[in-house]
Design a protein around this ligand. Structure first.
Ligand code: 39S
Ligand code: MET
Ligand code: ZN
Length: 754
């Protein structure tokens, strides 16, 4: 049986692409050098797939930043202001991704959003009246030719037209329907060039099909593809979906003239049922049966049982989604052989495809027996006490008293903060020096004492500076943490850590998600030492800084032998201990980040509460339900697309929430107003994913916009997110502007009253 891969992690086994690209950002290598290194990586990955025997090898899944941005630029979807910048194409590309501030002008970065239910981010293409879609790029063609020169005929990958329109933003009254004929023409031009180049297949990624579709959405999809598919010539088109099932338009898909349908049998709960109701003989079913998101070895017996039920006559075994979401390889990790046997990263998943194919071809029965051993017997001993504790949680355990309205009055008295209190989200720049010191500690070139002196020094420096610029609620800066999830994992039992298990999050940034191996408990206090130390350095209040249970779970690789709800409650109890310890140690404001809460909201509305919010929101409440009324609980969410679940967010019952809002033009404010949101709010007033420094005027505008919609007593002023990825100078300049802007707006408010 043939095998196929939807996409491969492009950052490289040792994050080569990250390091080269960042060197380019810092003018340490030339554009030419960057291109050479990128080409080397692409070739390495194609060869690896070829040697592993993969039949359908993707190309154009490579990107210097993001493939949605690549697609937008391929089709000339670029804001006028960016088009006019006098920069090289590559620099223009990076300007759109990261913002640009320099001799050639000033450009804000495109909005960045979560890619479906993953921790990967894409850049949001912007359509307006001036947009004229046409094929202007050639990346997809050059990469196909590049592979062909190396003797590898790849299947180019492109974001499909429906998903492209579905994920984009439309300004000045424009709408997706306005661009139908242009988009058909542009994709037709791609078909024709690929035909000329001799490509056999094209993969069009349409993950938006797994979200709820309205009749209008279905009509739009059908209209585009009915026209488009008449133009494919001898090119075969694979319609690739992932992250769920296509229940809303499966009946359309099987009628349209696609040559292959790629369906997800892992996250698509209804996929098998849909296919069993009929699959056309003439189409190839690309069956996504190897999980592209988890790190556990595939259960061959289960998978084979699924494959045997497929009615299709032509089947290709595939991953359930791109392997972008898992690390490169287990090979270089230090786990014991018994542990390692359970894991499968990108390279190993490709081997699984090959093994499954051999078993199905009747050539490898031994492999099946070996695999079965992994799934018999107990992998771990379960913690009975913890299980009972969770089972015994009463409703009160999830409810904080008194109610928010009373706490708000008490806390105003307790903290006596000025109107529009200013704060930051937690982290300050993780400079090269900070990371170097941690790396040296790890390599034992530095002892714990020396490292601690360094961390204390950083905290002192930044506490002092925060006082100087007049911030109201301070932070210690998180210098001791590598990542907000990995750090907690490292201090909880039940976790395992990879050495090099990097997964791309956005652009050049990656995460090393820790692995939940067993039951999670807290063995000792985690953050008390540095929070307490920081608070002792100042008379101003310093926020304790924790990561919440839902986010710790969502940004870890979860277990599959117990429910995510059960794992999350285990983590919640551990973090609850930490909250109470912080409080007992004199920390009066505690921020519990739920940065990733929105990310795993099910893609279909019908699942929002029953599958997720009904346990995720209580898990958060469990963490802070036992604190004193005066203790102020903050939370932070990275991603403000929660317009539809505002009551659920209010129901987290935090006292203050900060969230990302600036790149999306503060669109959520109307809804906060409409839903009468109770929690105090700090909608981010500037974008921290960009090195650009916002001016005082820009920040004042953002604050004024917020004040039009939210009662001033409820407004906090803060950046969008933590500042760990930023440089020190730009951070200082930005925050100085933030405090100045706030002071000026406060003055305006006072003058307005007199
Ligand atoms: N888990 C998670 N998901 C998230 C976020 C987040 O903060 N965490 N934020 C949102 C945006 N996403 C982000 C993802 C990553 C980073 C980020 O800054 N990543 C860093 C790595 C952070 C880290 O874990 N650093 C480690 C390891 C550092 C490192 O690479 N060290 C070098 C050696 C350094 C030396 O010797 O000089 C090495 O191991 O090779 C540390 O500080 O200890 C990066 O890619 O550059 C930021 C935002 C959404 N999702
Ligand atoms: C990705 S959300 C980040 C929250 C964290 N407290 C920080 O400031 O870095
Ligand atoms: Zn954030």
């Amino acid at each position: 049986m043939a095998t196929s891969v939807i996409g491969f992690p492009r950052i490289g086994e040792n994050r080569e692409l990250k390091f080269s690209t960042e060197k380019y950002f810092h003018n340490e290598i030339t554009q030419k050098e960057l291109f050479t290194r990128a080409a080397e990586l692409r070739l390495k990955h194609w060869k690896l797939l070829q040697e592993a025997g993969v039949d359908y090898i993707p190309s154009n899944d490579f990107s210097f930043y993001d493939t949605t941005l690549d697609t937008a630029l391929l089709f000339n979807i670029i804001p006028q202001k960016a088009a006019e910048l006098k920069l090289s194409p590559l620099d223009k590309y990076f300007a759109l991704a990261r913002g640009y501030q320099g001799e050639k002008g000033d450009l804000k970065a495109l909005p960045m959003k979560k890619w479906f239910n993953t921790n990967y981010h894409y850049l949001v293409p912007q359509f307006d009246k001036t947009t004229r879609i046409k094929l202007v790029g050639n990346k997809i063609f050059t990469e196909f030719k590049e592979a062909l020169t190396a003797g590898i005929k790849t299947r180019p990958v492109l974001v499909g037209p429906y998903t492209l329109l579905n994920l984009s933003e439309f300004a000045n009254g424009t709408k997706p329907e306005d661009f139908i004929s242009q988009i058909i023409e542009a994709y037709t031009a791609v078909f024709s060039q690929l035909n000329q180049l001799g490509a056999s297949w094209l993969q069009l990624d349409e993950p938006s099909l797994v979200k709820d579709m309205s009749p209008q959405d279905r009509a739009l999809f059908n209209k585009i593809y009915t026209a488009l598919l008449t133009k494919k010539g001898s090119l075969k088109v694979l319609l690739q979906t992932y992250f769920g099932d296509v229940r809303d338009n499966y009946t359309d898909l099987i009628k349209l003239d696609f040559d292959g349908l790629g369906l997800d049998f892992i996250e698509g709960r209804k996929t098998l049922e849909l296919v069993k109701n009929g699959f056309p003989d003439e189409k190839v079913l690309f069956a996504g049966i190897v999980n592209g998101k988890n790190i556990w070895h595939n259960n061959y017996q289960q998978t084979l049982a699924t494959v045997k039920q497929l009615p299709a006559t032509k089947i290709v075994l595939s991953t359930s989604c791109s392997l972008l979401h898992v690390p490169f390889s287990v090979a270089n990790e230090n786990f014991s052989p018994e542990v390692k046997a359970h894991f499968s990263f990108a390279k190993e998943k490709i081997a699984e495809l090959g093994e499954l194919s051999s078993i199905l071809d009747g050539q490898a029965d031994k492999l099946l027996a070996k695999n079965q051993k992994l799934f018999t017997g107990n992998r771990i001993k379960s913690n009975k006490k913890l299980k009972e504790k969770i089972a015994g949680l009463t409703e009160e355990a999830f409810v904080r008293t008194p109610a928010f309205a009373q706490r708000e009055v008490l806390q105003k008295k307790e903290f006596k903060l000025p109107l529009l209190p200013t704060t930051t989200i937690g982290s300050f720049p993780q400079t090269r020096v900070v990371k170097k010191m941690r790396a040296r500690l790890k390599r034992h070139e530095l002892d714990q004492k020396e490292y601690d002196i360094f961390i204390a020094g950083k905290i002192n420096e930044w506490i002092k500076w925060q006082e100087d610029i007049g911030l109201d609620v301070l932070v210690h800066g998180e210098f001791e943490r590598n990542d907000m999830v990995e750090y907690f994992g490292q201090n909880l039992s039940g976790y395992l850590f990879s050495k090099n298990g990097w997964v791309q999050s956005y652009g050049t940034r990656g995460v090393k998600p820790p692995i939940i191996w067993g039951d999670v408990t807290r063995q000792k206090p985690i953050t008390i030492k540095w929070s307490k130390y920081a608070q002792e350095q100042t008379n101003k209040v310093v926020k304790g800084m924790l990561t919440g249970p839902v986010t710790i779970l969502n940004w870890s690789f979860p277990r599959e032998d117990i429910s995510v709800r059960e794992s999350t409650l285990q983590i919640a109890l551990a973090i609850q201990d930490e909250v109470l310890d912080l409080e007992a140690n004199g920390i009066r404001v505690i921020q519990i980040d739920e940065a990733a809460l929105r990310e795993k909201l099910p893609l279909r509305k019908s699942d929002w509460y029953s599958e997720y919010l009904d346990w995720a929101i209580p898990a958060f409440r469990l963490v802070h339900s036992q604190v004193k009324p005066e203790t102020q609980i903050h939370t932070h969410m990275c991603y403000s697309e929660f317009t539809d679940i505002i009551p659920a967010i209010d129901n987290m019952d935090a006292d203050v929430i900060s969230f990302e809002a600036s790149r999306s033009n503060l669109e959520i404010l109307d809804e906060l107003q409409a839903k009468n949101f109770q929690t105090e709010v700090g909608p981010g007033v500037y974008d921290i994913h960009s090195p650009r420094v916002p001016s005082v005027e820009e920040i004042k505008d953002a604050i004024r916009k917020i004040l039009q919609k939210v009662p001033k007593q409820k407004v906090w002023v803060n950046p969008d997110c933590g500042l760990k990825t930023r440089g020190e100078n730009e951070t200082r300049a930005s925050l100085e502007n933030l405090t100045s802007a706030t002071k000026e707006v406060r003055k305006e408010l006072e003058d307005g009253e007199n």
